[in-house]
Design a protein. Structure first.
Length: 95
């Protein structure tokens, strides 16, 4: 059985959430909703496609938020093509 992981970022900050999901290497959709915007990441075995510079800057604004909600929904994903990075590396690059 697959379970959705969800909660508030006041309890689990986005960088820690990304490290957690990266360490467990699941595939699915990670959504983070804050006042600064919404970040949706298609995750394949704990990795994502390398974002553009502007996408990384936008993600940094969202990941820096102190209030909001997150949800990780496990599911089959399409195979990532091109350059990929771990969610841990993404968190560090966006921070």
């Amino acid at each position: 059985m697959r379970r959705t992981l969800s909660g508030r970022i006041e309890h689990l900050a986005p960088p820690a959430l990304l490290r957690l999901v990266s360490a467990t290497s699941p595939s699915g959709l990670l959504e983070i909703e804050t006042a600064n915007g919404v970040l949706r990441l298609e995750v394949e075995r704990g990795r994502i496609a390398v974002p553009t510079k502007s996408g990384l800057e936008r993600a940094g604004e969202i990941l820096g938020s102190r209030e909001g909600e997150f949800r990780f929904t496990p599911r089959e994903t399409r195979r990532l093509e091109g350059e990929v990075m771990s969610l841990t590396a993404f968190a560090e690059a966006a921070g």
